[in-house]
Design a protein around this ligand. Structure first.
Ligand code: AMP
Ligand code: MN
Ligand code: MN
Ligand code: MN
Length: 284
């Protein structure tokens, strides 16, 4: 497969915090000209067989995917897994453990919101949840917008649900080591998601990339819906510095909320090794 490929290797369905089914996403990806697709729901592989079948029905090549929540240096980092066996028991158990704390966290978030006069947030967020084990801040954001507390997602994450704001509950996710090992032991490749989104010092970022590599991580997202054009350039250089392959993905969640649609991104810079070059034998 060539470097210049309309690959979209990061998006979310109702199985986590997206609003479309895997089938509707596949249809939209195909309509937008996506040639290689991966559904990467948060901490959950329950949509993989549906996504694979839907990709096939639309003549799209497919890589299995998942976006794992990790705690590193006190910050939440996301690690995308690509091309793993979706039925791998150890990975499924690891993801189940990672999801485990979400319900209790959601109840605490709601209790905090109630203290600032926003009542019924847990029940309100649940209405948007497609998978009860995966209640996330995105579902709370939808409730806060629906009830007119905020006008859009940006305002929600500026005023609520983030560190120092009402509704933020500190949470411990998987370790970097475990996440990378689950993915690689299941035959897949680990990729650092949207590196520009983390509030790390230069030293912490260096530690993230170094430790990730030491655990066997092989890729980094360079062109993603959550990077600016300047950040593509910056992380293309980081990919080369650390000898990592580069990935491309919209991080699409919803037609109403996402500013980058499936497949609608610049191509990867030509001098990088695309992740799909190393995953050629895992493309379905
Ligand atoms: P959680 O896994 O419950 O902590 O929720 C994280 C999800 O919230 C991310 O995957 C995004 O979908 C969403 N999110 C986090 N921060 C923002 C933000 N600043 N703007 C929009 N969505 C965000
Ligand atoms: Mn999300
Ligand atoms: Mn993410
Ligand atoms: Mn994502």
């Amino acid at each position: 497969m060539p470097s210049i490929l309309n690959a979209d290797l990061h998006c979310h369905s109702v199985v986590s915090d997206g609003t479309l089914t895997p089938e509707a996403l596949a249809e939209r990806a195909a309509a937008n000209g996506v040639e290689l697709w991966a559904l990467t729901d948060h901490d959950e592989v329950g949509g993989q067989h549906r996504a694979m079948a839907a990709a096939k029905a639309h003549g799209m090549r497919y890589l299995t995917g998942c976006e794992i929540s990790v705690t590193f240096a006190g910050e939440t980092v996301h690690i995308v897994g690509l091309g793993f066996d979706p039925d791998d028991a150890a990975m499924q158990q690891g993801l189940e453990d990672t999801r485990g704390g979400r319900d209790g966290r959601a109840r605490e978030m709601a209790a905090q919101l109630a203290k600032v006069g926003i009542h019924g947030a847990y029940e309100g967020a649940l209405k948007y949840v497609g998978n009860p084990k995966l209640i996330s801040r995105t579902h709370f954001a939808r409730f806060l917008i629906e009830t007119g507390v905020c006008k859009d997602t940006n305002e929600v994450f500026r005023k609520y649900l983030t560190e120092g704001r009402p509704g933020y509950v500190e949470h411990r996710w998987a370790s970097l080591r475990d996440a990378v090992h689950w993915i690689t032991s299941a035959g897949g490749m680990a990729v650092i998601a949207h590196p520009a989104r983390y509030k790390f010092t230069a030293n912490e970022e260096f530690a993230l990339f170094s430790e990730f590599k030491a655990h066997g991580g092989l890729g980094v997202e360079v062109v993603t819906g959550s990077h600016t054009a300047a950040e593509y350039v910056r992380y293309a250089a980081t990919a080369k510095e650390f000898g990592l392959a580069a990935s491309r993905g919209s991080d699409f969640h919803s037609p109403e909320e996402s500013h980058t649609d499936l497949g609608r991104l610049p191509y990867l810079p030509g001098e990088l090794t695309p992740v799909w070059e190393l995953l050629a034998d895992r493309v379905r």
